[in-house]
Design a protein around this ligand. Structure first.
Ligand code: GLU
Length: 296
């Protein structure tokens, strides 16, 4: 398999927001970092709208994202990419994974999962408790029969995928070489009940399809990279270099939340604030009152 690290090529980075809310200062910081990373190296910067969650994605949020980025003085190359136009691609990869029996249907409700976790001892993962694996060992006939009648998620059988993939590493520009721990998030859902594909699968396929050489994104997504690296291995996709940058925190030390509209870039923009000045301040690590950068 070819690693992007071995190839002499132009840098391609991307910003990949989900249009399910208004962008805030944390997104502005992430966009500036990814944009400048590409531009400072003479590379290309792509904008990918991650609108796979049809129920929560809204055109007005897409419009606000574009207006916010322009207001910050950030430009991107080529046509804007919309994940909602790539469902066929995702379906093809899903079929491939199913045909290799790397996915299994999971019929557990949230309360089933909670009950199994409290019985068997909950394992905490970075994104919440890890799925206890209840449906992993259902026999084929039972799983196929229930799948006809009951709604279900499709989960990745991580142990099986990891056994095929072997030892996996990736290069992180800030954090150095990393060894993938595929079990970090447990058997993640790759096809949710109510959406054609999950974030993990779509983002991994798209970073390959868009020939992203450097995935520059916040360290809050670091744990996801363990799964993305595993998916690259089983789907025979190239591995980009990663750069998980520090993220902005609020007064309580928590991640800035998308739900707080009052703190959105749109509100600042409408109030006449200077977006380019804000971008310059972010570059110089000058943050609004109450906002700080996560620890190194
Ligand atoms: N769409 C994801 C988000 O808005 C980011 C994806 C990524 O950078 O990998 O959180």
């Amino acid at each position: 398999m070819t690693s992007r690290v071995d190839i002499e090529e132009d840098i391609v980075a991307r910003f990949a927001p989900s249009p399910n809310g208004l962008l805030h200062m944390g997104h502005a910081y992430a966009a500036v970092i990814a944009h400048d990373f590409a531009r400072e190296r003479g590379g290309r910067f792509l904008l990918r709208i991650e609108d796979i969650d049809i129920a929560r994605s809204k055109p007005e949020f897409v419009d606000a994202i574009l207006a916010d980025l322009r207001w910050l003085g950030l430009d991107w190359d080529e046509e804007i990419i919309f994940q909602s136009q790539r469902f066929d691609d995702y379906a093809a990869a899903i079929e491939k994974l199913k045909s290799r029996e790397l996915l299994y249907p999971c019929f557990c409700s949230r309360s089933d999962i909670r009950a199994a976790q409290s019985k068997g001892g909950e394992i905490a993962g970075p994104d919440g408790p890890i799925y206890p694996g209840t449906c992993r060992n259902l026999c084929h006939t039972e799983a196929a029969q229930r799948a006809k009648a009951e709604s279900h998620n499709w989960r990745l059988n991580v142990s099986k995928a990891a056994a095929i993939a072997g030892l996996l590493t990736w290069q992180d520009e800030r954090l150095g070489e990393q060894r993938a721990d595929p079990q970090a998030l447990g058997d993640v859902v790759l096809v949710p009940k109510d959406t054609p594909v999950s974030y993990h699968l779509a983002v991994t396929l798209d970073d390959a399809r868009d020939a992203i050489t450097h995935v520059v994104r916040g360290e809050d997504l670091f744990a996801s990279t363990h799964i993305h690296r595993l998916l690259q291995a089983v789907l025979e996709l190239p591995t980009p270099i990663y750069m998980h940058h520090r993220i902005l925190l609020d007064e309580t030390g928590g991640k800035l939340a998308k739900s707080r509209d009052s703190a959105s870039l749109s509100v600042l923009r409408s109030a006449g604030a200077d977006g380019k000045e804000i971008a310059t301040n972010l570059r110089n690590r000058i943050f609004p009152v109450g906002i700080s950068l996560s620890e190194a």
